[in-house]
Design a protein around this ligand. Structure first.
Ligand SMILES: [Mn+2]
Length: 435
């Protein structure tokens, strides 16, 4: 048996920022939920390093949360220290005998730089059994048309590495990648062949050869999707260690212990759940904003719901609740406005009396049930942000500009493009708000 531990997407340094109380964070180095991820990571490293007969630890990317697409800050100092501590625990307990294989994901890398926080923020050369692969290694392999792989002759195990690669942003490399990837096809069955990748078919960041059974890998260890997922007989996402945001609340987090039989290549995959370590309520509450409710009725109803999470009446950073209210109903512009005002007031009152409750985060979303999801992005949302009749106003603008220029273009088509650009930008903004 070859035994490997598969983990991914730890996102050290992630902070729940939006609508959180500053209590505890002010007098401490980290924020409450940020600290919870650190604690969880350290206990997982402790656990893993004590599992009997493990051969490899594989981490499929995003060990740091920062920098990311939305923030160019380096990992916060506690994140750096915790990673060093975690590595120390692992290598000490395994007496430096077990390889730790890490590939970069899309988080925790400086965009446009050759070095990464793993190099600038810790001394990776200090760990002789840490194997590290980044985008630059991938590009070098592509350019020289050689495999990006790692062989352990003593154990007869071979890893094929696929650090994160954004095909959309590097179109010039895409065809080169397509040519190169044949190098990543296992050359024999004598070795156990394992692919390690950060990416997902859902956002076009996982190559079809890795996503399929074409190359006959014995196991494919995946990162980037934050919940446990089995894609096929031997393709697995381990998920991260804790849900980061409300979207991830009902996905399963943890790590995997994978046993591979040398002769039959049969897999035994055991999931160790870590999301159960969450000691705090982390809930999405649906609020029905009935048409007959006055704003006071609604406020009382909401206070009732929040009261269920008030706890013992004293803020505790380890057990305080993270709450999101989805307030649904038929909305007028005025009602939407009133609800936002009311919620801001409720949160302000709550957070100015930290001795009376145990709530860490309170956020909300107002949903107009008369709009479909599609409409929500085209008219509803644009209306909230910018214009009353975006299509018409945009068309008028385009027409004016074109007549000034005395050029002839297809106004309908240009309006279409413009609207698409706005929708795309809004989708990004909405996505950013979620994390
Ligand atoms: Mn990722």
């Amino acid at each position: 048996m070859v035994k490997l531990i598969h983990m991914a997407d730890t996102h050290l340094g992630y902070k729940a920022r939006r609508g959180t109380i500053n209590k505890w964070a002010i007098e401490n180095y980290s924020k409450p939920y940020e600290q919870e991820i650190y604690d969880c990571f350290l206990s997982v490293m402790e656990q893993i390093s004590k599992i009997k007969d493990i051969d490899f630890l594989v981490h499929c990317g995003d060990i740091f949360h920062h920098p990311s697409q939305y923030s160019s800050y380096p990992p916060p100092e506690p994140a750096r220290r915790i990673l060093i501590q975690g590595l120390q625990i692992f290598f000490d307990n395994t007496k430096n005998q077990i390889p730790f294989i890490y590939i970069e994901g899309n988080h925790g890398v400086f965009r446009g730089y050759e070095y990464t926080p793993l190099e600038s923020h810790l001394n990776k050369d200090q760990y002789p059994n840490l194997y590290y692969f980044k985008e630059r290694d991938l590009i070098r392999a592509i350019k020289s048309n050689i495999p990006l792989s790692l062989e352990f002759a003593d154990k007869k195990v071979r890893f094929y590495l696929f650090p994160y690669f954004e095909f959309k942003s590097f179109e010039t490399y895409t065809s080169a990648y397509n040519n190169w990837i044949k190098n990543q096809q296992p050359k024999d069955n004598e070795y156990i062949n394992i692919a390690v990748a950060h990416g997902s078919a859902s956002d076009d960041t996982l190559h079809s050869k890795v996503n399929s059974d074409d190359f006959n890998y014995d196991y494919v260890a995946l990162g980037h999707e934050h919940g446990f997922k089995q894609l096929s007989k031997n393709h697995y996402y381990s998920g991260g260690l804790l849900p980061l945001n409300f979207k991830e609340r009902y996905e399963n987090q943890g790590y995997l212990i994978v046993d591979i039989n040398e002769s039959t290549r049969e897999l035994i995959v055991k999931r160790i759940s870590t999301d159960e370590l969450l000691k705090r309520p982390f809930g999405i509450i649906d609020i029905d904003a009935k048409a007959k409710y006055s704003i006071t009725d609604l406020e009382n109803h909401i206070l009732n719901e929040i009261n269920k999470f008030m706890g013992e009446g004293n803020f505790n950073h380890q057990t305080s609740a993270r709450l999101k209210l989805n307030i649904k109903g038929e909305m007028t512009f005025e009602k939407n406005w009133q609800i936002n005002e009311m919620m801001a007031k409720i949160r302000r009152n709550l957070f100015s009396h930290p001795d009376e409750h145990n709530i860490l985060q309170l956020i909300w979303k107002v949903l107009d049930i008369s709009e479909t999801l599609e409409d929500d992005l085209s008219t509803g949302l644009i209306l909230d942000y910018i214009l009353e009749k975006p299509d018409d106003e945009f068309k008028t603008f385009v027409r004016e500009k074109l007549s000034e220029d005395e050029t002839e273009y297809d106004i309908e088509k240009l309006t279409d493009y413009g609207m698409n650009a706005i929708k795309r930008a809004l989708r990004l903004m909405e996505k950013e708000k979620e994390v």
